[in-house]
Design a protein around this ligand. Sequence first.
Ligand SMILES: Nc1ncnc2c1ncn2[C@@H]1O[C@H](COP(=O)(O)OP(=O)(O)OP(=O)(O)O)[C@@H](O)[C@H]1O
Ligand SMILES: [Mg+2]
Length: 216
Amino acid sequence: MIITFATQKGGTGKTTLAITFANYISTISKRKINVFDFDYQKSFYQKWKEDELLDLPKLYDVEIIGDEVEQPFSDYETILDLKDNDDINLFDLAGTLDAKYSDLLIYSDFIIIPFEYSDVSAKSTLVFVNFLGMLESQAERVFIRSKYDKGYKYLNQEGMDAEIQKYGTLLKSPVFKRNCLQTINTRQLNYEQKYAVRNSFNEIITCINETLDTNI
Ligand SMILES: Nc1ncnc2c1ncn2[C@@H]1O[C@H](COP(=O)(O)OP(=O)(O)OP(=O)(O)O)[C@@H](O)[C@H]1O
Ligand SMILES: [Mg+2]
């Protein structure tokens, strides 16, 4: 299966969530996890390389995609193979829309879309959702409130939630703004980090299992 972390707004927490999700899922699923860094900034890959210095076992491999070829998935075989196999194939994308992402966005099983309630972020999220619609992407859209501040009253939350739910699943549990999520590594989650993502990620896993009628 293919699970892609994407949206067209930079800095919303895609890479943070992709890393924590990869770590989290590796502790609860027996399936092989493969990570593909499809962002020219290569934040996930660089962190994973850097973490070689930690004296901790590797949970998964991370591969860079799209550095050499314009359209890495133009031969649909590769992408359909990733989609059809039992491995959990995770993609981390850049915060800008690019035509090179089209095939992946069309064929992903799930697109995890982190968003915030600022006016700019709200607008970008809806632009991204429209883009997925134009591509006729088959993916289940999963929206996750990212860097959520518990003590803050978001004025546009109600309207935004209503709009978003027309396009996919909005997770009930947000991922709160937490200092512990600024110091993650690709080898393990500490207790505090696991606690910070647990509720939202369990919802994602339930959504995956129900949508694909499987047990990951
Ligand atoms: N839940 C959170 N609590 C606190 N800080 C967070 C949280 N999620 C992400 N951050 C911080 O926000 C910044 C941006 O996060 P991240 O790099 O994951 O976003 P991104 O969407 O991948 O960005 P880009 O579009 O540049 O790839 C980072 O400094 C990260 O540590
Ligand atoms: Mg990123």
